[in-house]
Structures are given as structure tokens and as C-alpha cells.
Design a protein. Sequence first.
Length: 473
Amino acid sequence: MPYKRACFIILCCTGWLAACASYRPAPISSEQTGQAIEARSLEDPALDQFIGAALAPQNGPDAGSQPAARTTWDLARLTLAALYYQPDFELTRVRLESARAAVVTAGQIPNPALSLGLDTSPITLSPTIDFLIETFGKRGYRIDQAQALVDSARRDVVTGAWQVRAHVRAALLNLWAAQQRRELQQRRLTLQDELVQLLERRLMEGEASSVDVTRERVNRNQFNLALRDAERQIADAQTQLATSIGVPVASVEDEPLSFNAFEQPVMVRSDDLPLLRRQALTGRSDVQALVDQYRAAESALQLEIANQYPNVDIGPGYTFQPGEGYQFTAAASSALPVFNQNQGPILEAEAKRRTVAGQITSLQAQIVSGIETALADYRATSASVATANDLNDEARTRLAQIMQQFQAGDADRPTLVLAEIELSTTEIGSFEAGIQQRQALAALEDALQHPLFEPDINFIPDELPLSAMGPVQ
């Protein structure tokens, strides 16, 4: 019997040691992480696999097994690249994993405690094993609370993805606007330069005044400065785009980009607004995250109410005296709720629940305000676009008339160039109004948390392929 008892104890200890986790060192070096960031590229094969896995439900079942086919980087793929690289988004994934680990912690059953008593007169051994029995479903409330926080963290990942998309979209829109602005400014500057040359030639022939020439030279200088400013905006937008993705600027400068999402934006129909508004008030990820936090607060309150009732410690054991043999014993203990019945923690849990409820109401009020503000801006900028387009049409009509006069010999070349400059100026005004309209549409997209640019592409799948994403740098 002693031999069997010793073997049993050895087997239990061996099983316990095998189940224990071991420490695995994971040193970090700022130099290595810096080099890893500098080496990031949109041509990374691992990034291709992540994009392919993310778009597989939309591109077909076999799309995820192959690198993502792409000739240009559109808004959706750039957003997925940012989800892969962006450090801030990686932190939301880490918080999700931490919340999942908390579920394991909440579900753990308390280990028994072994105590050994020794009395020397006479020699008496008294080993006892204490088991903690949690009463009134406390372990279940802890698990429910932890699971609700996991759901909230998962919603936070979606919210983080929307924020990443907003940054990428703003940078890509700014880059497209700067490139288009440079082309328009270059065309106007070319026409203005031709006008100045024509007037300088007339001035030499005595057919133009120096005042007219000076005025047009000043206009040319202003147009030249506007062109330089557009070129600066391109560089700034490229830096902004690279920062929003989390890659060096050099990896963005030579990549072919697609601006189709902005060239033909989807206009919002007034009939769709009531449904989109209701969906935003109840279905936005940040709203749902707070609802999950409210569930967690309710479980925390239930747990504190259950904590009014003490747990029970049961300690079976035995005593051994030489010559006397074994004698089995049993003991039970429990805290006595005499001085308090856990009133303080219960009140704190109730206040926490009311706080989360107030946060939900406050967030929904902010959503309504954001939608109304974005809608007002969108309608105002749409009216500006219509006015600018009318002015542009008028300038184009005048240019066509002057062109006919020029071909008939009734108008000179400077008059024709002036009409072309006028049309170029109205085109710039129309383009700028269109940019403002797209910015208002982007604000409305954020407020509704509903894709209005590239609406047919689900850039946030129901479950992001987190396993395909790289570790936090």
C-alpha cells in the first residue's frame, strides 16, 4: 500500500508539472523593430496572402489560396494593407486576444489547498485538502462578464478598422485631388503664359499697354505659385497615405493607384436615409461595443449581489498516529456576513451599469448630430457643385462662340486665349466644389458607418483573418 500511494503521488505531481506553462523569452530590440518598419512594402507576399484571405468570400472560394491579383491599389486594398500594417489597429487585436484570455481566467475552478499538520507529542500527522465551493453561480457570472467584454473587444476591432479606412480614404482623396489640381493648374498656367507672350509681342508693336501686360504677368505668377502648391500637396498626400497605411513613403510613391472610388461617387438617395440612420443608431460597431459593455456591467452586478453570500471551504483529511492508525476527518468553514453584506461593491456595480447606459445614450446623440452635420454639408456642397457646373457650362458656351468668331476672323488670338483661361478657371472651381462634396460624403460615410465609396466591396469581413496578420511590431 505505501508503494502504491507513493506511485500515485508521483503520477499526480508529474501530471501537474506537465500541465504547467513554461516561460518562453521574447526579447525585443528597438533597432530590429525600426528596421522591420523601414522594410515594409506593399509588395510583401504575406500581405498578398492576407488580402486574398480577406477578399476570398467576395472573389470566390479559391481566391484566398492564391496571392491577391492586383494591378492597381484601390481604396479597399489600401485599407486592407493598413489593417495589416497599422500599429494602432494591431493594438486593438491584442486587446481582443487579452479579452479572450480573460474568459479562460474567469472560468478557472479554484485549486484545492493542501495543508499538513504535525504534532510531536505524540507524533501525529494531519494532512488536509481544502476545496473552495463557489455558491450562487458566481463562476457563471464571471464567465458571462468576460465573454461580454470579448464581444465588446471584437466590436472595437471593427471600429478600429473603420477608423483606419477613414484615414486611408482621406489621404487617397487628398492625393487624387492634388494630382488633378496640378494638371488643371498646369493647363491654366500654359494658357496664361501664352497670353503674356501675345501681349508682350503686342506691347513691342505698340498695340497693347504696359498695364495690361503687367496685370497678366502678375496673374501668371499667381498661377505658377498655385502649381507649386499643388505639387507640394502631392508630396504631403503621399506622406499622409503612407502614414495611414503604416509603410515608408517610398513604398507608395511608385505604386499604381486607383481613384475610381472618387471619380464616380455613389450619391445618397433621400429615400435610403431613414433606414441608414436607424442602422447607425443601433448597428454601429461602437454602439454595439457599449451594449456589450452594458451586458458585462450587468453580469458584474449579478456577481457582486451573489458575493453577498459566502463561499464554503470543505476540508476532508485524516490524522495518523503510530500505533493508532488512520482517522478520517472533515471540516467546513465559511465567512460570516456580519459586518457587511457587500453593499459597497454592489453600489459601485450599479453605478457602473448606469454609466455605461449613459454612454450609450450620449454616443447615439453624437451619431445623430454627426449625421445631420454631414448631411447639411453634403447638401450644401452638392448645391455648390451644381452652381459651379452651370458656370462651367456657360464658360464652355462662350469659348465655343469665340472659337467660331476666331475662325471667321472676327476675334483675335488673345481673346480666344482669355476665353480658354476663363474655362480653365471655372473647371478648377467645379473640381474644387466636387472635392468638397466628396469630403462631405466621406464624413457622412463615417457617421453612418456604411460604405459609400466602393460600396460593393466589403472591406471589413465578418471575421478578419487575424491569423494571417503579422505580429505586433
